[in-house]
Design a binder for this molecule. Structure first.
Ligand code: GDP
Ligand code: MG
Length: 738
């Protein structure tokens, strides 16, 4: 059992040197109890040093968090440690120094080393008074003290103010409540071991310490009862019933101690002598020395052993986890060491070989990641390997860009995006020029459909950009780990790869632009998927016929003419209607500008045919600078034309969009992805493998030697840590105290 403390200490040392995340989280030991029950004395007995203020009344008025820091360097001989370590104490017993300097440091006075425990005690008093005044005030703000010593186990101990009921001095009315809260805060921590201190000369049934401990730790898993002042019990009485767990049973039972009394302290009795005195007290006691069950429950020594026991259980519980962490670190260090290579290979030949190896490894990695074998690569970062489980990786990301980004957004581009009906109508009219076409003007379709097809170019170019970025990402994932050794090479490699990528960008972009140009070069109206003029017209006519018959059915009493045919006849009969019936030039009959012009032409003719009347000179209004088709509502004929054109555009646009969605990824794959992939190795070798450049490219980074050494040391440490872990694990006779 006693050997475990040095082992655990060694383990802590090694783990401390290895790094933060392997540190053994040892429990905090927290003392609670009534005022002057002997809490501070118990802690001192455990630590083996007198440095806490003790006395009557409320002496501890702020929590004291005491961290023991072991200052032994892991390199020191471990056997020696066993000698230095007094097994009875977590900290070596005796006030005399052994094995190196010891000192204390306060958090509130960083850097200042206290070399005498007397000074430490004085500073605790001063710092307590500073915050709480010297009239018995209390504060929950802890004082932090670190004791550095080669002879301590890295533990944290907490001394708390004692419980009190009646406020004295500057204490507030609710002093009891305040202290309770403060104590609960500390002992609720599941990592706290509670030492519930009760003076043996008081009634255990009234022990506040036990009550509070029960509140924080109802099953008593981490509570140890401590009875103090057995020497002050009335003659003829003893604590046997309590110690035998018969009065207020605790799962982990009780331990009795006798600390130095006030008189001892006044007489400067050393801790060591105090412990001797305690031993004599129990040895000569008529009750405690005779009952075998009691002998194992008496003495500070036993308390220390019990604590050690609890600590060992704790250590054993966390050991498998610690071991896992060490093993993982070991693997990482080994990987890094492999990457750093051995320092020996510096001849020109082997350098060239290594260079070629690295270049080809990079090219292979690059290809593998694109082809989807990236998840199994050994030499890609562990991170990337893990990511492959939750995220798309490498080539799969390119595929995602093609389908989920490019194709999906093209599908949302409609045939008439950015094209209004008015624009369609105006284009149709403009396409006809001066004369009304008899049939739907094809040229309007041609103009409009080209305009819509041209809109496809920019998403195509953007898709090229996205894949380009992806390839850059893949390139950085393809770097072999060993590259960290050769920063020159790494830099040049990055240059070569990005210039290769850039070089392929031009042709790819041009090809995507050409895909659009090719479409624009020939509007293939015989494409099998294209609706075609005849069908478009038929569809529109059908739709109109349906509409008419439906309207006719709805309005049986109205004139035989449906609104559509009325409008049509109006459109076609304008000339007849106007005969002999001059109307103002307001164009209210749907003729608009056209009819205005027509009338303007007919009126003077009419006038001339009527000789006898005084000739009136008719002036034309001035021609508007901007003539807009939309100044008048569309005629029915226009409406049908628009519908025909639109259905043609829609059909043809869909044909082209489908082709484009298909062709852009193929283009990018051919001109960019596959090209880069295939050219990579040659490019790297031809750009970088030159006799004269090999030595400079293969120059190791300045810090490589240092890093290699660090890794070696770390590997050693980890190896030691593993050994110790196994030692502790194999030490499985965790005997209870004696
Ligand atoms: P705390 O207030 O609970 O921290 O108690 P202290 O450790 O300050 O002790 C209060 C007083 O009781 C001091 O004068 C100690 O010397 C004294 N004392 C503590 N434990 C014992 C003990 O076991 N026996 C005797 N005789 N005195 C003790
Ligand atoms: Mg105290």
């Amino acid at each position: 059992m006693d050997q475990l403390i040095p082992i655990a200490s060694k383990l802590q040392d090694v783990l401390g040197a290895v790094g933060q995340n392997t540190q053994l989280d040892l429990p905090q030991i927290v003392v609670v109890g009534g005022q002057s029950s002997g809490k501070s004395s118990v802690l001192e007995g455990i630590v083996g040093r007198s440095f806490l203020p003790r006395g009557t009344g409320i002496v501890t008025r702020r929590p004291l968090v005491l961290t023991l820091v072991n200052t032994r360097t892991p390199g020191e001989q471990t056997d020696e440690y066993g000698e230095n370590q007094d097994p009875n104490h977590v900290m070596a017993a005796g006030d005399d120094e052994k094995g190196g300097p010891e000192w204390g440091e306060f958090l509130h006075m960083p850097g200042r080393k206290f070399h005498s425990f007397q000074q430490i005690r004085q500073e605790i008093v001063r710092e307590t008074d500073r915050l709480t005044g010297n009239n018995n005030g209390i504060s929950s703000d802890p004082i932090s003290l670190k004791i550095f010593s080669p002879n301590v186990l890295a533990l944290t101990l907490v001394d708390l103010p004692g419980m009190t009921k009646v406020p004295v001095g500057d204490q507030p009315e609710n002093i009891e409540e305040q202290i309770h809260e403060m104590i609960l805060e500390f002992i609720s921590n599941p990592n706290a071991i509670i030492l519930a201190v009760t003076a043996a000369n008081t009634d255990i049934a009234n022990s506040d310490a036990l009550q509070l401990a029960k509140a924080a730790d109802p099953y008593g898993n981490r509570t140890i009862g401590v009875l103090t002042k057995l020497d002050l019990m009335d003659p003829g009485t003893d604590a046997a019933d309590v110690l035998l767990n018969r009065v207020y049973p605790l799962r982990r039972g009780y331990i009795a101690v006798v600390n130095r009394g006030q008189k001892d302290i006044n007489e400067d009795l050393s801790i060591r002598d105090g412990l001797r005195k305690e031993e004599i007290f129990f040895k000569n006691h008529p009750v405690y020395a005779t009952d075998r069950n009691l002998v194992t429950k008496c003495g500070t020594k036993i308390l220390a052993k019990t604590l050690n026991n609890v600590l060992m259980h704790h250590i054993r519980d966390v050991l498998p986890d610690v071991k896992n962490r060490i093993s993982t670190m070991m693997l990482d260090v080994q990987t890094e060491l492999d990457a750093l290579g051995s320092p020996g290979q510096q001849s020109r030949n082997t350098m060239g070989g290594t260079l070629l190896g690295l270049l080809s490894k990079f090219a292979t990695n690059f290809g593998s990641i694109i082809d989807g074998k990236g998840g199994e690569l050994n030499n890609t970062e562990g991170e990337a390997k893990n990511l492959a489980l939750v995220e798309l990786f490498g080539g799969a990301r390119i595929n995602y860009i093609f389908n989920e980004i490019f194709a999906a957004s093209l599908m949302t581009v409609g045939p008439f995006d950015g094209l209004t009906d008015d624009e369609v109508r105006t284009t149709i009219t403009n396409a006809m020029g001066t004369r009304r076409a008899l049939f739907v003007p094809e040229i309007a379709f041609d103009i409009l459909v080209r305009r819509q097809i041209a809109r496809l170019e920019s998403p195509g170019i953007e898709c090229v950009d996205l894949v380009y970025e992806e390839l850059q990402r893949i390139a950085s994932q393809s770097e072999p780990k060993e590259l960290v050794r050769f920063p020159n090479l790494k830099e040049r490699m990055v240059d070569v790869v990005s210039s290769l990528l850039k070089r392929c960008m031009g042709p790819t972009q041009m090809m995507v632009q050409n895909l659009v140009k090719v479409e624009l070069a020939y509007i293939n109206t015989s494409h099998p998927d294209f609706i075609g003029g005849a069908r478009a017209v038929a569809a529109v006519t059908n739709r109109q016929a349906n509409l008419e018959s439906r309207r006719a059915a709805e309005l049986p009493d109205s004139s035989a003419e449906t609104p559509v045919s009325t409008a049509n006849s109006h459109y076609f009969n304008t000339d007849d209607d106007d005969e002999g019936e001059p109307t103002p030039y307001n164009g209210n009959n749907g003729g608009g500008i056209m009819s205005f012009i027509f009338r303007g032409k007919s009126t003077p003719l009419q006038d001339r045919s009527k000789p006898g009347g005084p000739p009136t000179v008719v002036h034309l209004p001035s021609v508007p600078a901007n003539m807009k088709q939309t100044d008048v509502p569309p005629t029915d004929r226009e409406l049908s034309e628009m519908q025909v054109i639109k259905s043609l555009i829609e059909s043809y646009f869909k044909v082209v969009r489908k082709t484009f969605i298909d062709m852009v990824p193929k283009t990018i794959m051919f001109f960019l992805v596959n090209h880069v992939k295939d050219a990579m190795q040659n490019e790297l070798v031809s750009e970088l493998y030159r006799e004269s450049e090999v030595p400079s490219l293969m120059k190791e980074a300045e810090d490589v030697a240092q890093r290699r050494q660090n890794c070696e040391e770390m590997k050693d440490l980890l190896g030691k840590a593993l050994e110790i872990v196994n030692e502790v694990r194999d030490f499985n006779t965790f005997s209870q105290v004696e």
